[in-house]
Design a protein around this ligand. Structure first.
Ligand code: TXA
Ligand code: MG
Length: 367
């Protein structure tokens, strides 16, 4: 698609940073009902909404994002009763989970009903549904008729947006409207749970963890494929995702080894004329000498790390960083969800700091 064509549209901006504005929600709802695209805040990341029951509107999402059309969309709803119109096989388990986690960062996958067009589900016979925990999102959903398909509001392959400014970087002039609700609260996408199987399966880790789910419905399994990223059962997980333009590697090991390793790499980059970036925790951020060091928060406070992760990846790009070295956050609260995103952003390049071995890539395997 040519750039001039993409820039033709005037994107309406609606400010809801000070709270939900009824007239703004009505306008956003009208745009959605008439087949347009509206980016709106949720508690996880900003979503790019279209009427989920309108095949043409759903197709526009793929076009605007440059997203492969086999990658299904999550349908957002504002009322439990609406789930029954689009999903079949909604069991007691689903009701208990909704009671515990909706509105909130849990997406559930069900068999779909005919009301949902195949364009919304990437041709799948199942549909992913969630109820976002954000007053602006819920108001807009109600005004739009109740069913809004929304992937993260980034260009395909870019880090998910956690502010309206991130959305504008990727989609200004391409979509009809951006609703600004300020910075999101969580910062990484919802947990996806497949409820179509005997033992429900986590297809994408998120803020709602396996123990939290098991406390409500008993045994839950994890998608082994989600880890190796070859054949994950959430189709979107196979694409390079959440990625900054810069090359990136995640450095693991004891804290002192990680700092020493990254400092050696910083010096090597500067010798080569490449601007290095470091994604660091509060505890270690002052121990790096040179390059762009971005702190995502205290390692012990996973919430802050999650909330600032995608913004930091975008910031590295904005500052012209050529190589990013990220500390590892697997021992943090929400560590599994955070590492899932970090590893995808890094194209699964991991370095063991004490051994200097790159797994899955030849040593020095930047592409
Ligand atoms: O937190 C979130 O979930 C955000 C906000 C905007 O709600 N949305 C989001 O959407 O992350 P997106 O499109 O970026 O990711 C949706 C993921 C993809 O990996 C997709 O393949 C998977 O959900 N998915 C959607 N429908 C599915 C289905 N029927 N079966 C399995 N996976 C599905
Ligand atoms: Mg996404």
């Amino acid at each position: 698609m040519c750039l001039e064509k993409r820039m033709e549209k005037k994107t309406i901006k609606i400010d809801m940073t000070k709270g939900v504005d009824a007239a703004g929600a009505r306008l956003a709802g009208q745009i959605l009902s008439s087949g347009g695209l509206v980016a709106f805040p949720t508690e996880t990341v900003y979503g790019l909404g279209a009427n989920a029951l309108d095949a043409g509107a759903a197709r526009k999402i793929y076009q605007a994002k440059g997203r492969p059309s086999d990658n299904p969309l999550i349908v957002h709803i504002a009322r439990w009763e609406d789930l029954l119109q689009i999903a079949s096989g909604v069991t007691e388990r689903a009701r208990l989970l909704a009671e515990a986690f909706w509105p909130g960062p849990l997406t559930m996958v069900f068999q779909k009903r005919a009301l949902v067009p195949p364009e919304t589900t990437g041709g799948l016979g199942t549909v992913a549904v969630r109820m976002p925990d954000h007053p602006a999102a819920l108001a807009i959903l109600r005004e739009a008729g109740g069913f809004v398909a929304a992937p993260s509001a980034n260009r395909s392959g870019r880090p998910s947006p956690t502010t309206a400014a991130h959305v504008a970087q990727d989609l200004d002039g391409v979509i009809d409207c951006i609703v600004d609700g300020g910075e999101v609260g969580i910062g990484i996408e919802s947990t996806i749970l497949d409820l179509t199987q005997e033992v429900p399966e986590i297809l994408r880790p998120g803020f709602v963890s396996r123990p939290m789910l098991e406390a409500v419905i008993g045994e839950v399994q994890e998608d082994a494929g989600a880890a190796d990223a070859k054949r994950p059962r959430a189709p979107g997980m196979k694409y390079r995702h959440y990625a900054p333009n810069a090359e990136m590697v995640v450095v693991q090991g004891a804290q002192g080894d990680v700092v020493a390793y990254i400092n050696r790499q910083i010096r090597a980059c500067l010798r080569e004329g490449i601007l290095p970036g470091v994604l660091a925790a509060e505890e270690t951020k002052d121990r790096y000498a040179g390059g762009v060091v971005l702190c995502v928060g205290k390692r012990s406070e996973g919430r802050s790390v999650a909330r600032h992760l995608y913004g930091a990846l975008r910031e590295f790009d904005a500052r012209g960083v050529g190589r990013i070295f990220s500390e590892s956050f697997d021992a943090s609260p929400y560590g599994q969800a955070i590492m899932n995103r970090l590893l995808k952003a890094a194209g699964h390049r991991v370095v063991e700091s004490c051994r200097e071995v790159v797994f899955g890539q030849p040593v020095g395997g930047f592409r």
